[in-house]
Design a protein around this ligand. Structure first.
Ligand SMILES: Cc1cc2nc3c(=O)[nH]c(=O)nc-3n(C[C@H](O)[C@H](O)[C@H](O)COP(=O)(O)OP(=O)(O)OC[C@H]3O[C@@H](n4cnc5c(N)ncnc54)[C@H](O)[C@@H]3O)c2cc1C
Length: 401
């Protein structure tokens, strides 16, 4: 007997999975369980248009409010799942209610990491993950406010750009010697450092944060950086507790095969929480990107319905900071490439950077250059070796390499 499909995590991946189940023609019960009060919404605007006050709230939601009822999807908001029992096929909610399932999708996403220093868990420390976080920061980013951002990753830099745009005095503190060094490598990371400096952000690298306090950040050299607003953006951790406690295989996220099935055949995972075997790379990868949470659910839904489906998309990511727009296509791990090739005007911030290994393109990042993700994706997917000189030459069309 089909007792229905339960999806835990009512954000982009969860909502897209519900949509895909109905699109696949599934008519059984679908329950979408989420611990947030808001119906599923997309997070990228929270550090960009919505944070800047340029985007309306209604635009951030994945579906219109009446979509769930219209599609027979039971939306259980403000409901945290506290346990899953794969063998018994039940999900337990806070309060003790048990939901039966035939198949379960874990779309629990990830949560900001705390800084492991005194004050790291203080109530004056802000993070940026949820709609409410974005709204509070937007109110706090005022002309003259002293905003200190710990962590020069994507979230930290986007928030710094929004704060600066709002007229705040912004300091970014980073332990490494450049922003985004781990993801981009030295050459491309410099572009983002230059961008923020050009906009008047006080960027400090190689900094050791000793303590977070309500009035500022104490550094390793004994000095204090005063703060009216203190935002910590030092990465995220996948929400794996349910899977771990249920005995599923967890290793940097919930491990799945290429069909997004976990180590239990009736439990699947998608989005930020999934460390999914990727056929193109021949190993599991966990991708913390919007496009992954958007596209994996269709494969998870088909797999849950017993159809043959494989997730093998090339990872894709984007960011917007001030007047810089960027798309990153591919997957280049720190230390996994031996060369970076630039095509275009790096100083003018209008270029494409390619990460290569053995002459093969692992990833490409187009900065203020548009409509090139298809040929970049094709270069990455093909795995063919390219001539670096031709790759660097803007006169050579990418699809002729
Ligand atoms: C501010 C911000 C900006 C971003 N910008 C970009 C960008 O520019 N480009 C890009 O590619 N990506 C961006 N991302 C990343 C992108 O938003 C994520 O990859 C995406 O949200 C992942 O979706 P998800 O559904 O897998 O997980 P999440 O969005 O994390 O959602 C998981 C949901 O499950 C809920 N949940 C967890 N545990 C339980 C439980 N036990 N019971 C019930 N509910 C539970 C959580 O509260 C949450 O609502 C950004 C993220 C943030 C926070």
């Amino acid at each position: 007997m089909d007792t229905g499909i339960v999806i835990v995590g009512a954000s982009l991946a969860g909502a897209k999975a519900a949509e895909a189940l109905r699109a696949e023609g599934y008519r059984g019960p679908v329950t979408l369980v989420g611990d947030e009060a808001e119906r599923p919404y997309e997070r990228p605007p929270l550090s960009k248009g919505y944070l800047l006050g340029k985007e309306e709230k209604e635009k951030v939601y994945v579906h219109p409010a009446d979509w769930y009822e219209q599609h027979g999807v039971e939306l259980r908001l403000g409901a945290a799942a506290t346990a899953i029992d794969p063998a018994g096929h039940t999900v337990t909610l806070e309060g003790g209610e048990r939901l039966p399932f035939s198949k379960l999708l874990l779309a629990t996403g990830s949560a900001p990491r705390a800084l492991p220093v005194p004050g790291g868990d203080g109530d004056f420390v802000r993070t940026l993950r949820r709609l409410g976080d974005s709204e509070q920061l937007r109110a706090a980013f005022r002309p003259g406010a002293r905003v200190v951002v710990v962590g020069a990753g994507w979230i930290g830099l986007e928030a710094a750009a929004a704060a600066r745009t709002a007229g705040a005095e912004v300091t970014v503190l980073e332990a490494a010697e450049l922003p985004l060094l781990r993801v981009l490598g030295r050459e491309a990371a410099r572009v983002f450092a230059d961008l923020h400096r050009a906009h008047g952000v006080d960027l400090r690298f190689g900094v050791k944060v000793e303590e977070l306090r309500a009035d500022g950040v104490r550094l390793g050299d004994g000095s204090t950086v005063p703060a009216d607003v203190l935002l910590v953006g030092v990465g995220i951790a996948p929400n794996t507790a349910l899977a771990e406690n249920a005995g599923l295989t967890v290793d940097n996220g919930v491990r799945t095969d290429q069909h997004l099935a976990t180590s239990h055949p009736d439990v699947f995972a998608a989005g930020d929480v999934a460390n999914a075997f990727h056929p193109l790379f021949g190993k599991p990868i966990r991708v913390e990107h919007w496009a992954n949470a958007l596209n994996q659910p269709a494969v998870a839904a088909a797999s849950m319905l017993g159809k043959a489906a494989v997730y093998d998309r090339v990872p894709y990511f984007f960011t917007d900071q001030y007047d810089l727009g960027m798309e990153y296509t591919g997957y280049a791990e720190p230390g996994g490439y031996d060369r970076v090739v630039f095509r275009g005007d790096v100083a003018g911030r209008e270029f494409i950077a390619f990460w290569l290994s053995g002459g093969k393109v692992l990833a490409g990042m187009n900065v203020n250059v548009w409509d090139v993700t298809d040929p970049i994706r094709e270069l990455v997917r093909s795995g063919r070796a390219v001539d670096a000189e031709r790759l660097a030459d803007p006169a050579v069309p990418l699809d002729e390499l």
